[in-house]
Design a protein around this ligand. Structure first.
Ligand SMILES: [Zn+2]
Length: 97
């Protein structure tokens, strides 16, 4: 039996409201939604700067394949270095002798 025009199934009406083409940042402290360029194989989070490699399930459904380690390691190292510097500065301020 064919479905007659006009009436949509629940799945079809849901499909309209769903945000296709977006991924969620994998950074646990960020979780920002990223909307990558259609067809691009990389996406950068505008909030935390993490970069991800993408694959496309179909034309408008991206998935994160994995992080771009070079970029993210750099970010992590910078954060670490800043923390180290802050800790060192604190130590100096307390003053030894
Ligand atoms: Zn992020």
């Amino acid at each position: 039996m064919a479905i007659k025009g006009g009436k949509q199934s629940t799945a079809e009406s849901l499909r309209k409201t769903r945000t296709f083409g977006k991924i969620r940042c994998h950074n646990p402290s960020c979780m920002e939604r990223i909307a990558p360029e259609p067809g691009s194989d990389h996406a950068k989070c505008p909030t935390c700067g993490m970069e991800y490699r993408l694959f496309w399930v179909n034309d408008n459904l991206p998935r994160i394949r994995g992080p771009v380690w070079d970029v993210n390691r750099e970010l992590a190292e910078r954060t670490f270095a800043e923390k180290q510097a802050a800790a060192a500065a604190k130590k100096t301020n307390k003053g030894g002798k």
